[in-house]
Design a protein around this ligand. Structure first.
Ligand SMILES: [Fe+2]
Ligand SMILES: [Fe+2]
Length: 326
């Protein structure tokens, strides 16, 4: 039986039918089972007030009293309430029937959810699911040029930390793909985890400092600058990712000319993976819209990086990065 309910009555386990074409919402399909609270939040965010539910396909584990329409509820069935986001990502990445533009949007959206999940609770399981999901995105970037170029064009500045993580992840893997073309000495799936999670340490920093508009005072700056080490510590405690990943997180604010932090490393003292992440990180920070600064176009950002910040980057790597946009 199909009936309408208010969106606020929507529950995990209900099978929903979306009225809109999928271009206007971030889900892969118009009909699907709700498996997490996050999906309900996303549906609330797209402006729906009522939603169609198919009770025959729903898998509710408890009776829903607030539904005013008659509903035939099925007895509890075995189902996974916490479907892994990496599974959703895999489904999208390898679906050959979806157009690149659409695929890029869904992959991007799922990647942000994935970041959100790791940030909310950086447990071993979530980091493991995160790495799996990132690995699917890395596959997409390596094997599907058209879709990954579409991802470059997606601009979304809500949830800055998550979008920033995904942007830096995508840009860094793309740069690595160019730099390491023709060799298989580098495990881009492992590195991808480091690039996407490079700012994980920020979860240990007071949000008032992270979100403060304008300049940080000296004390705040010192706290903020501890995030590479904090991220390194989180990963060391959860003991799941490799040393390369930890190096990316620890070194992404080091600068070629020795003006970075936390160690003020110079030139070759900085690992090639740290240098890659640094370029992508600065580029995304310049092109992002924030409450306290206007956003630059990619062209303007690259120009500033070249003319005013070149000492910060490995020159040849920066040149390769610029070529990504040509
Ligand atoms: Fe950072
Ligand atoms: Fe960053």
């Amino acid at each position: 039986m199909i009936y309408f309910i208010d969106l606020e009555d929507l529950k995990v386990g209900m099978y929903v039918i979306l009225p809109r074409s999928w271009f206007r919402h971030p889900f892969l399909k118009n009909r699907f089972l709700i498996t997490s609270e996050g999906q309900i939040e996303t549906l609330s965010g797209i402006g729906l007030r009522e939603i169609e539910v198919d009770s025959a396909k729903s898998q509710l584990v408890e009776e829903v009293e607030s539904i005013s329409h008659p509903a035939i509820l099925h007895p509890p069935q075995k189902w996974e309430p916490e479907k892994l986001i990496s599974d959703d990502l895999r489904e999208v990445v390898y679906d050959t029937t979806v157009e690149p533009q659409e695929k890029a949007q869904v992959v991007y959206h799922h990647s942000i959810q994935l970041m959100q999940k790791v940030w909310d609770s950086p447990t071993r399981e979530n980091i493991k699911d995160g790495k799996k999901g990132i690995s699917h995105v890395v596959d997409l970037i390596l094997h599907d040029d058209e879709t990954s170029l579409c991802m470059l064009n997606i601009v979304s500045h809500d949830f800055y930390t998550y979008t920033h993580s995904v942007n830096v992840g995508v840009l860094s893997v793309m740069l690595s793909k160019e730099l390491f073309r023709g060799t298989d000495d580098h495990d881009l799936h492992e590195l991808g985890a480091g690039f996407f999670l490079h700012d994980l340490g920020k979860l240990k920093i007071d949000p008032n400092i992270i979100n403060k508009p304008g300049r940080l005072d000296n004390r705040e700056q010192e706290i903020m600058r501890s995030h590479p080490y904090q991220g390194f510590k989180v990963l060391r405690e959860t003991d799941h990712l490799s040393d390369e990943v930890k190096t990316i997180i620890f070194q992404h604010h080091e600068r070629e000319d020795g003006t970075g932090y936390p160690r003020r490393l110079k030139g070759d003292e900085i690992h090639v993976y740290g240098r890659i992440c640094c370029i992508a990180d600065v580029f995304d920070a310049l092109t992002a819209e924030r409450s306290y600064k206007r956003k630059l176009s990619p062209f303007q950002a690259l120009k500033i990086m070249k003319e005013e910040m070149l000492g910060h980057f490995h020159e040849d790597m920066f040149k390769t990065f610029v070529l990504l946009f040509n």
